[in-house]
Design a protein around this ligand. Structure first.
Ligand code: T5A
Length: 210
């Protein structure tokens, strides 16, 4: 595989979408061809699955159904968008990926990590991100930002404890996968967040002799 796979993770309103645009600009300036995408979603089938998953009227989706829908969308996304781009040498920037499943369906809903790992291995084979940026900030601050921007979706209606479990699951993954994870303090000004991201990308690009 010639391209690089970068994912951005974090709780609600952490600034993922905002900073993905910034990362795209950084990479374009370094003359990389970039594919910007998101999960759940990224394909026409995946976006339909996303609509159902985020629809706050869908109150009776069971935890296993939610998990399987995430991976159904992901299977389509990998086959039709992510792998073709990486094989063509493009850099893929993805707003959330499987770490979100470990954080939300694992940490948040309480589904066993081994069950998630089975689906991960099945759907992804050996595909894993090369670099994951975790935008970390207190849950209350992220919810305030998200609520200012738009109406709460199905996930955003969960209680504070749910999002604290999600945050802890992300931080545990970051601390145990130091090779590909970088934690960004997302509670500060956008300017400061983007300085941290620039430093991480500078190091990543040097390590990858780019
Ligand atoms: N999900 C997803 C799962 O449960 N399992 C999975 O496997 C996957 C893939 C997807 C939902 O699906 C769940 C998780 C999610 O609940 P989403 O839209 O991708 O939903 O995720 P959200 O977190 O809901 O996305 P948001 O758009 O709310 O958050 P972002 O993208 O992190 O934040 P962003 O960039 O839109 O910023 C929010 C607001 O804050 C401002 C921005 O201008 C914007 O108004 N902002 C700042 N303000 C002050 N200081 C800063 N540093 C700021 N940075 C941004």
């Amino acid at each position: 595989m010639k391209g690089k796979f970068i994912t951005i993770e974090g709780g609600e309103g952490a600034g993922k979408s905002t900073n993905l645009i910034f990362i795209r600009q950084y990479l374009k300036a370094a003359e990389k061809k970039v594919v910007l995408t998101r999960e759940p979603g990224g394909t026409s089938v995946g976006e339909k699955i996303r609509d159902v998953l985020l629809d706050k009227k869908q109150i009776d989706i069971s935890n296993d159904t939610e998990l399987l829908m995430m991976f159904a969308a992901r299977a389509q996304h990998i086959e039709h968008v992510i792998l073709p781009a990486l094989n063509a040498g493009d850099w893929v920037l993805c707003d959330r990926f499987t770490d979100a499943t470990y954080a939300y369906q694992g940490g948040g809903r309480g589904i066993d990590n081994e069950r998630i790992a089975t689906l991960e291995n099945w759907v992804q084979g050996t595909l894993r991100p090369d670099l994951t940026l975790l935008l970390d900030l207190p849950v209350e601050e992220g919810m305030k930002r998200a609520n200012k921007r738009s109406e709460p979706d199905r996930f955003e209606q969960e209680k504070l404890e749910f999002f604290n479990r999600v945050r802890n699951a992300y931080l545990n993954m970051a601390r145990t996968n130091t090779g590909r994870y970088r934690i960004v303090d997302a509670s500060t000004s956008l300017e400061n967040v983007q300085e941290q991201i620039t430093q991480i990308l500078d190091e990543f690009c040097v390590d990858n002799i780019l």
